[in-house]
Design a protein around this ligand. Structure first.
Ligand code: SF4
Length: 643
């Protein structure tokens, strides 16, 4: 008997309307769950000839190994596809309640392929599967779709516990920044996963699951989870703590944002004060904290604004385009977030698009007539909301951004192209790429932003005070603390940067495989689990004994398989880079530009740690050692790289 896993994958072919149930047994040992089992399907089934919007592209939903159990934060799943924005591998993590519900319905994975003839939605009701007409939902926003479908299915099943994924108008229009929304507040929002769903004429996926999920050692799991819950302490309070919010804001700088946004590292006191005022207003205004399935952290907040609710997770994205403004209008920002949620748009992408436009306007590279006369000012959330609507509906200048930030800049000419801050076509987070420890994870990242090795960034910023160092030392393994300390004293050391990047990348990959939240695993204020706890949890949930070394190998296998997928799609070393401006311009934050030679050394160090060669191909012996012989054979026959 399987514990923790259901061992089953449900496949639906939207073209033929066929459903099949497949066994996941052969892949669980090597790929474990979530992101891992999804990567395997993408490698096996999506070839370089397949374009992201082709029916043959797959949209794969994978719940983690621990998803749906007693384990704190075990709410996560991965959505994997070939991205229209990057043309390569993409996965986006999704929280909320949907992934756990998929498990309760009896599946670890859902594979969607083909294209429905007409707008459709899927309903997975325990062992029953239906592909149904969604013409009445097409054109609705996410809120309306969720409400309408919930009511319909509630009447049919006499059960209100139905979880719904849906796309908004942006997904229907195949806009590259369209995400997949889970109920009203969670999303898999980056890389255009919602656009792929729209290309398949699939408006929504509703799941109702009522089955038990057996675990191998219930008593052991209860004890272990109690220990983890004890560790959470005042986490809920810290999530709303001003200092914490300010720390995240401090990291935003340069790129399309140009100036340092906050005080402690450079004296922009007025800006700090403005941010603090917003945070105070935020703390006063939000009506309650809430959480994903089984999460003690509850990092999400609901802000009540007239006529609707809006939730947000963290303020990082808020400040992208607004920090330069003289005053922050919290309600307008909240409204913008609500609009993006309803349109099914990636808020982070929209604010990055806005920041680019504001930057180009300020530099005189474009004028207002290039953007339909929109009078953009830093901090004007109402104009940003207007832009979001245009992007989602592909209206006027919004059409330019429908194919991503790089395409939009290209349409404004070469000078504009030089100002886009992106990696592999993805908007990068608002962290200063001039620091090697941020440039490297952004450059080598499999999907093109640094969120997959974000702990490395946070480590940099949080090691600056003794208090932070104590928190970190109490949570992270001693050897990682030593590594971070060494790095803080030698910020440009290529090897140390590669080691720190690889460590946090591993943590994030494992959280996406296991289905737990990365906030609980690599961020010091919220951290409750490290790989040592992962092994115990896996044992209690599945009964499998997997030690830390084996977990490292699983990360290595999954990361290398994804690298191989990208290499097969044409990714080469020259794509593992950052925008040219960061090599040329001295950043105001760090007083340095990225040294190209040091940067390239760090990339080589990272490749070496991963077992990849200088050109970024996985080495033959690496593939063989990881049991990826079939990957070697395919890469060799397609590229002739291995002589
Ligand atoms: S920390 Fe936040 S995002 Fe993570 S599981 Fe909890 S509520 Fe969800």
């Amino acid at each position: 008997m399987l514990y923790g896993w259901t061992g089953k994958s449900l496949r639906v072919n939207l073209s033929s309307k066929d459903f099949t149930i497949e066994s996941l047994h052969p892949h669980l040992t090597h790929f474990l769950g979530g992101k891992g089992i999804n990567a395997k399907v993408l490698w096996d089934e999506v070839m370089p000839e397949t374009k992201p919007f082709d029916p043959e592209n797959r949209l794969i939903f994978g719940a983690g190994t621990l998803t749906g159990t007693l384990v704190p934060t075990s709410c996560k799943g991965s959505v994997t596809t070939k991205s229209p924005q990057t043309g390569r591998y993409f996965d986006s993590s999704i929280g909320g309640f949907w992934p756990a519900q998929l498990k309760f319905a009896g599946f670890d994975q859902l594979i969607v392929q083909g294209k429905a003839k007409d707008p459709s939605y899927l309903f997975i009701n325990d062992g029953d599967f239906h592909l149904r007409d969604a013409s009445h939902l097409w054109g609705m926003d996410v809120q309306e779709t969720t409400h309408c479908l919930t009511e319909e299915l509630k009447k049919e099943t006499d059960d209100s516990d139905i979880q719904i994924l849906s796309i908004g108008v942006s997904g229907e229009n195949q806009v590259y920044s369209a995400g997949i929304m889970s109920s009203l507040s969670n999303s898999a929002s980056r890389g255009g996963v919602g656009a792929v769903m729209g290309s398949k004429n699939l408006k929504a996926i509703a799941v109702r699951g009522t089955r038990d999920l057996a675990v191998a050692d219930p008593e052991g799991l209860i004890q272990l989870c109690k220990t983890l819950l004890d560790k959470t302490g005042d986490i809920r309070k810290e999530v709303t703590d001003l200092d914490e919010i300010e720390t995240l804001c401090n990291t935003s700088t340069y790129g399309n944002h140009e100036e340092l946004p906050s005080g402690p590292l450079r004296g922009a006191e007025d800006l700090t004060e403005r941010m603090e005022n917003v945070c105070r207003e935020f703390n006063k205004e939000y009506t309650r904290q809430f959480s994903c399935f089984n999460c003690p952290i509850a990092c999400r907040h609901r802000i009540q604004i007239p006529g609707q609710d809006v939730s947000h997770m963290h303020c990082e994205g808020w400040f992208n385009p607004v920090y330069k403004s003289k005053s922050f209008d919290l309600k307008s920002i909240a409204q913008l977030m609500a609009d993006c949620q309803k349109l099914g748009l990636d808020y982070f992408a929209v604010t990055s698009h806005t920041a680019l436009l504001m930057d180009l306007l300020e530099k005189g590279i474009i004028s207002e007539k290039d953007i339909d006369g929109l009078s953009m000012q830093w901090g004007d959330a109402k104009v940003m909301a207007a832009l979001a609507g245009k992007i989602a509906r592909k209206e006027g200048c919004g059409e330019l951004f429908a194919k991503g930030i790089v395409n939009a800049a290209a349409s404004f000419g070469h000078e504009a192209e030089e100002h886009v801050v992106h990696s592999k076509g993805m908007e990068v987070s608002s962290y200063c790429l001039s620091l090697l420890g941020i440039a490297l994870p952004s450059a080598i990242n499999e999907r093109g932003d640094l969120l997959r090795s974000l702990g490395a960034v946070v480590g940099h910023y949080m090691m600056r005070s003794e208090e932070d160092k104590e928190k970190i030392a109490a949570f992270l393994p001693a050897e990682v603390v030593d590594l971070l300390n060494d790095l803080i004293n030698d910020l440009l050391n290529p090897k140390l940067n590669a080691q720190v990047t690889a460590y946090f990348e591993r943590i994030n990959t494992l959280t996406d495989i296991l289905g737990v939240c990365r906030w609980a695993c690599n961020f010091m204020p919220y951290g409750i689990m490290t790989p040592a706890e992962f092994t115990q949890l896996i044992s209690c949930v599945t009964g499998e004994k997997i030690d830390e070394e084996q977990l490292t190998e699983i990360d290595q296998r999954v990361t290398t398989l994804i690298r191989a997928f990208n290499v097969r799609e044409g990714l080469r070393r020259e794509h593992d880079t950052i925008p040219e401006k960061f090599f040329k311009e001295v950043s105001p934050r760090w007083g340095l530009a990225v040294d190209r030679d040091i940067f390239e050394s760090a990339v080589t160090e990272y490749y070496t740690l991963r077992g990849w060669d200088e050109s970024g191909f996985p080495r033959k012996e690496t593939l063989m050692n990881l049991g990826l012989e079939y990957v070697y054979e395919d890469l060799q026959s397609r590229t002739g790289h291995y002589v």
